[in-house]
Each structure stands twice: as C-alpha cells, then as structure tokens.
Design a protein around this ligand. Structure first.
Ligand code: GLN
Length: 193
C-alpha cells in the first residue's frame, strides 16, 4: 500500500512518521505527478488558507477534486477537513474543494489559546476513547445525506465524519501515539471497512 501525504504546509511530517511506524510506504506530495500510483492521500492540519492557495499554485487542487469524486480515499485532519468540506460557514477567504457533504465552521472553538484536548468516543475504532488534540480546530456544523457522523464531543459537537472513502476529523490524531484512527483510514483504503 502506498499513501501520499500532502506536504505543502502544516503537520505533514507527523503523519509521515505515523505511517512509517505502521510500515506503510509514504510519498510526500508536492506536485501533481506524485499523486499517480497512490492508494490514498492524507491532507494534514495546518493553515487552510495557505494550503488551498498552494494547492492551486502547484496544480494539485483540481486533480485532488477529480480523484475524490472518483472514489479515491482521502483523509483530512483539521485544516484538511476544512479543505474537503462542501461548504464553510465562515470561510475567511478559503475556497474548499467541496467534495464532502458537510458544512464546516473554521476556528469554531476560538483562537490558538483556546486549543484543548478531549477524550473522544469513536465507536468505529473501538471502545477505548481516543485523546483528541484540538488546535484552533474547525467543527462540523452539519452533515448531509451522503455523509455519516463518526464522533461527537460530550456536548454533541460533530468532530469526525465519513463519506464513502473520504474521512475527516477536527482533531490531530497524528500528534498522539494512538494510531487507531490512521489504522481505520488504512482499512478504508484496503476496503476492509
Ligand atoms: N484554524 C486552521 C485553519 O483554518 C486549522 C487549524 C489546524 O489545522 N490545526 O486552517
């Protein structure tokens, strides 16, 4: 299995490190031709304004939209989730790819100082909660018919969702030692789930 990690800006090195720990072949993606021959792609957290501008500049955006529409597996964490959203309630100039039937609120939890950690129940990865690291995180305001909710905070806020082979979460699973959510994405890629 060969997984690409969009390596334009943000927490791409941490995703690469986790995949390497899981003995997966990883390709840092900076150019369109690096998308060829991949089985899946991770779009990391970072700054969605910067990442989307660079995606356009390096001619990656339309290619990624086309792949997503054709059922290619993509996992977006934090800014990556903003980028996969169908709609943003507070875009701040970000133009998402629009491939997922979810409405996302950027910076919904406040500023950098309002970052936090929370134990999250994600039934699809098992009973034990996962520690979610939320860094100036977006939240999912609503999920359309095509997508399903995978996790909520205790107050009901939606923080993870799936639509076909597209997976998103508000938090940063690459910043903990818990690899279960990455595993879940790899199971989506291999068609196990
Ligand atoms: N607030 C950032 C944005 O709007 C996302 C933060 C993150 O990826 N940790 O792009």
């Amino acid at each position: 299995m060969k997984i690409g990690v969009l390596a334009l800006q943000g927490a791409f090195a941490e995703h690469i490190a986790i995949l390497e720990r899981l003995k997966i072949e990883v390709i840092p993606v900076r150019l369109p031709q690096q998308l060829e021959g991949l089985d899946g792609l991770i779009i990391p957290g970072g700054e969605s304004t910067t990442i989307t501008k660079l995606m356009v500049h390096y001619k990656l955006k339309n290619k990624i939209i086309e792949l997503a529409r054709n059922g290619f597996p993509i996992f977006g964490t934090c800014a990556g989730m903003i980028i996969l959203a169908g709609e943003l309630s507070s875009s701040g100039g970000v133009k998402p790819t629009g491939v997922m039937d979810i409405k996302v609120n950027r910076n919904a939890f406040g500023r950098q100082v309002d970052s936090f950690e929370a134990e999250i129940n994600i039934p699809v990865i098992g009973k034990k909660p996962l520690t979610g690291v939320f860094i100036r995180a977006p939240l999912i305001e609503s999920v359309g018919k095509a997508a399903e909710v995978l996790a909520r905070l205790a107050d009901g806020t939606i923080v993870a969702a799936r639509q076909g082979k597209l997976l998103v979460c508000s938090f940063h699973p690459e910043l903990t030692d818990d690899t279960r959510f990455h595993h879940y994405f790899l199971d989506i890629v291999s068609g196990k789930v």
